[in-house]
Design a protein around this ligand. Structure first.
Ligand code: 9MR
Length: 561
């Protein structure tokens, strides 16, 4: 029948934890009368359980029918066969306690693979060893960034850091949210991270590897500040994107481009957070971070409205710059994030007064909206809040918990039983980071309330990213049976002889399709193509991997307790 031929099983392709929730989703074009999921042991074909499929409350975004089967009662480790005989479906799944450990580590190790200005050796990079590239010790001040002490053409040095994404440039705004997210992951689950070993060059030192990795980018970020006035350059970039070539073959001149308010405030937030996070490990450096943060803040107070408008800039200055713009024009949220981190660091009233009067409305973080990174930090450091802040704090908590409740409920009604697919508007450029950031919100709501519904919903989000979605892909390279093979990632594209570098989250479904590639569908959650041309659905990026790392490691930290 039509239903039988079109039916598909969608599931987390890595498998499930023994004590974890185990949900699979079946979709089909036609309604289904009654069907069962039969679970058998793979080794001996013995029947373990039969579960009747439950119709989902909502259809898929493509208008298909959906059914849910939950076999959480199966708690014994092993390989199982999932069968739905009437639909002719059979899949193998694994249940095991360590099922997400390698992914958790790889999601952070991915940042090591993105390192600029260093060779990656066989010991740490295995198949993906590569020569040093982008020394970034002779970076030109672009005319847009010229100042009396640093006229256009001045050479400055800003080595290290991570490549932003599939391209080789380094952008302050996007580094900001990425570092904030990684440092917050560490701050929420420090004991968990202290025990992870990522096999990076610093693994033998006493610093947790996640912090060593962040520190590598921090060293670059410090050099993005103009020591004269505390302003921060928006990006370090080639004028245009390089071709899809290896890093060491991408040798066009690199520029420091315009100082902007967003860059200064993101920098201030990151440096203030870094001052407290790194204090136990790099005590001689951290006072310098805080000072850098304060200088950037002051620059932004004097220059509160310098937006990065690339097209405008190109009318005035040469060479034209056509790489990633990260051209946010609203700075209220960056200012709040910076004020939050600086308040936690210094306890100064000025910063609190910025926060106290601000909106408490919940907004999911993205590179252009970082307000809640600040609020998450304040809630995690509530002992630092003023005594009179009780009602402010309860308003923030209420706002957070009600946003998480809405997500959790939307998720439980949705076809794939995951918050993400309840709204087509979630499918922006980098939709997978929306999903991962929803997971972080749910983890925060769980931390505040202890309500395990939020934890379950965060697990659903993990399942979504690892395959329980309309496309049938696990969106992390190297993790799953059907994963991106052709990400828009220059480091990968330059080595077609190798599997793509592992542990990277691709951007995910994006129905705007601005890259002109061929997509299988216009439907929001199906608008994904595993083609190297698809920078709008199949690129990798640091600001997408950071929330992935937070979600996967955070869940592992909680579930291993
Ligand atoms: O993630 C960014 C997305 O929100 C924007 O819509 C898009 C277009 O400006 O740019 C994305 O960021 C890209 C950046 O500009 C350049 N490096 C790759 C980034 C990921 O695609």
């Amino acid at each position: 029948s039509g239903a039988a031929s079109a039916a598909e099983l969608h599931l987390n392709q890595l498998g499930f934890l023994p004590e974890g929730k185990k949900t699979v989703v079946i979709t089909a074009g036609n309604p289904l009368q009654k069907a069962e999921l039969i679970v058998k042991r793979r080794d001996n074909n013995q029947l373990v359980t039969r579960i009747e499929l439950q119709a989902a409350k909502e259809k898929t975004l493509a208008g298909e029918h959906a059914w849910i089967a939950d076999f959480s009662e199966v708690k014994t480790s092993g390989d199982y066969l999932l069968e739905i005989p009437v639909l002719d479906i059979t899949r193998v799944v694994t249940v095991a306690p360590s099922i997400y450990d390698a992914l958790a580590d790889a999601s952070i190790k991915a940042f090591y693979f993105q390192r600029a200005s260093t060779a990656l050796d066989k010991t740490h990079a295995d198949l993906w060893e590569r020569p040093a590239a982008h020394p970034d010790d002779r970076v030109l001040i672009h005319p847009s960034a010229a100042s009396p002490k640093r006229p256009a053409g001045t050479m400055v040095s800003a080595p290290k850091g991570w490549y932003d994404a599939g391209d080789y440039n380094k952008y302050v705004v996007n580094s900001g949210i990425t570092m904030g997210t990684l440092m917050s992951a560490y701050e929420r689950y420090p004991d968990f991270f202290r025990n992870r070993v990522l096999n990076i060059p610093e693994s033998d030192n006493p610093v947790p590897d996640i912090l060593d990795e962040v520190h590598y980018n921090l060293e670059w970020l410090l050099a993005m500040q103009d020591p004269e006035d505390g302003g921060v350059y928006h990006k370090l970039t080639t004028a245009g994107f390089e071709g899809m070539v290896a890093a060491h073959e991408a040798v066009q001149p690199r520029y420091m481009v315009q100082k902007t308010t967003a860059a200064a405030l993101d920098f201030a937030a990151v440096m203030a957070q870094a001052a407290r996070v790194f204090e136990p490990y790099f005590p001689s450096e951290t006072p310098g971070y805080l000072q850098a943060a304060q200088q950037a803040w002051q620059w932004a107070e004097k220059n509160p409205d310098v937006a990065y408008r690339q097209e405008q800039l190109n009318k005035t200055f040469d060479p034209d710059v056509t790489t990633g713009a990260y051209g946010d024009e609203q700075f209220g949220d960056e200012r709040l994030w910076a004020a939050a981190e600086l308040y936690i660091a210094t306890g100064e009233k000025t910063f609190w007064s910025v926060l106290e009067s601000a909106s408490t409305e919940y907004q999911l973080p993205n590179w252009g909206n970082v307000r809640w990174l600040g609020y998450y930090s304040l809630l995690a450091h509530k002992q630092r809040l003023p005594e009179s802040s009780g009602s402010w704090r309860s308003a923030i908590e209420k706002s957070l918990v009600s946003a998480a409740t809405q997500l959790q409920q939307a998720g439980s009604n949705s076809a794939y039983r995951v918050p993400m697919v309840s709204e087509p508007r979630n499918f922006v450029w980098g939709s997978n980071a929306v999903a991962a950031n929803q997971g972080i919100l749910l983890l925060e709501a769980f931390r505040i309330t202890g309500n395990t519904d939020f934890l379950r919903s965060a697990e659903d989000t993990r399942d979504y990213l690892l395959g329980r979605n309309a496309t049938g892909y696990s969106f992390v390279t190297g993790f799953g049976d059907k994963t991106p093979q052709h990400p828009h990632h220059r480091l990968a594209a330059a080595r077609p002889d190798l599997p793509p570098l592992p542990g990277f989250l691709v951007g995910g479904p994006n129905p705007s399709q601005p890259d002109g590639c061929t997509y299988p569908s216009k439907v929001a959650d199906l608008s994904y193509t595993d083609h190297v041309c698809s920078y709008a659905s199949n690129e990798i990026a640091i600001n997408w991997n950071a929330p992935l790392a937070y979600l996967i490691n955070g869940l592992n930290a909680i579930e291993s307790q």
